[in-house]
Ligand binder design. Structure first.
Ligand code: HPA
Length: 267
């Protein structure tokens, strides 16, 4: 039995959306109705997540009248996984029949007008990992050899979500460009200065490989970054992983209501 057969055997219906929860953003996992938990270690072929703040389980349940499959914990290349390993769950989602994916992450703010606690839609991405999960032979039945990345994040979905957010919370979210690095060391102030010149608004160590595979196989993507800290050198202070996870927790109530609203109204 493969991973998608195992998961479908448990959940018995195709979810309306999959959601990857970033560092410190796992509160949503505790707030969906009728949750069914599937630890990664039970799933054939699945890896285990080792990063702090990443639990390592799928959670299937309801958000309003929608069905969602949550990844509570993701895989990163800094853990030693290959880009293809990191993106493997996205292929499993497609095999299950999922066509919509919300990716979330914790990110450092490069744009100086951002503040820790801000939630920002990801409009575009810079792959500064210089690695690609599609390297190697291509399976044409999955997607093209050279997939388009000019709309890596769905503009239509983002605009629709932002309208709903504006109606319910009074103001839309900011929209920014995420630069993805390998980590695990945080950046130097000089690197952050360079990334700002390159057009990046926020930075993190995840997301890009998942988004490339989602585009390859035809899954629509919406991205949300939680600005957990200002990137290195923006403020005169050092960075710690604890601060990143703690900031994620502080914003989690707003994050949960926002993601629930997006799922209920746009999925
Ligand atoms: N840099 C890289 N990754 C991150 C950061 C950061 O400042 N904050 C959260 N993830």
């Amino acid at each position: 039995m493969n991973a998608s057969e195992y998961i479908l055997g448990k959940i018995k219906a195709v979810p309306d959306v999959a959601i990857i929860l970033g560092s410190g953003l796992s509160r949503l996992a505790g707030e969906i109705d009728n949750p069914l938990r599937i630890p990664y270690k039970e799933i054939p072929g699945f890896l285990s997540s080792t990063a702090p703040g990443h639990v390592g389980e799928l959670i299937y349940g309801s958000i309003g009248d929608k069905k969602a499959l949550l990844m509570n914990g993701r895989f990163h290349t800094y853990e030693g996984y290959s880009p293809a390993d990191v993106a493997f769950p996205i292929k499993v989602m497609k095999q299950i029949g999922i066509n919509k994916l919300i990716v979330t992450n914790a990110a450092g703010g490069i744009k100086t007008s951002y503040n820790p606690g801000d939630l920002v839609f990801i409009k575009d991405i810079i792959n500064f990992s210089f690695r690609n999960p599609l390297r190697g032979p291509n399976d044409e039945s999955e997607g093209p050899r050279f997939p388009d990345m000019s709309q890596a994040f769905s503009k239509e979905w983002m605009e629709k979500a932002n309208e709903v957010i504006k109606d319910n919370f009074g103001a839309p979210l900011e929209v920014g460009t995420y630069i993805s690095v390998l980590g695990p060391s945080y950046e130097t102030p000089a690197e952050i200065k360079m990334f700002r010149k390159l057009g990046a608004d926020m930075i993190g160590m995840s997301t890009v490989h998942e988004v490339i595979v989602a585009n390859h196989i035809g899954i629509e993507v919406l991205g949300i970054s939680c600005i957990t800290n200002m990137a290195a050198g923006v403020l005169d202070q050092t960075l710690t992983a604890e601060e990143v996870i703690e900031a994620g927790r502080r914003v989690s109530e707003r994050f949960v209501s926002l993601v629930k609203l997006i799922v209920e109204r746009t999925c």
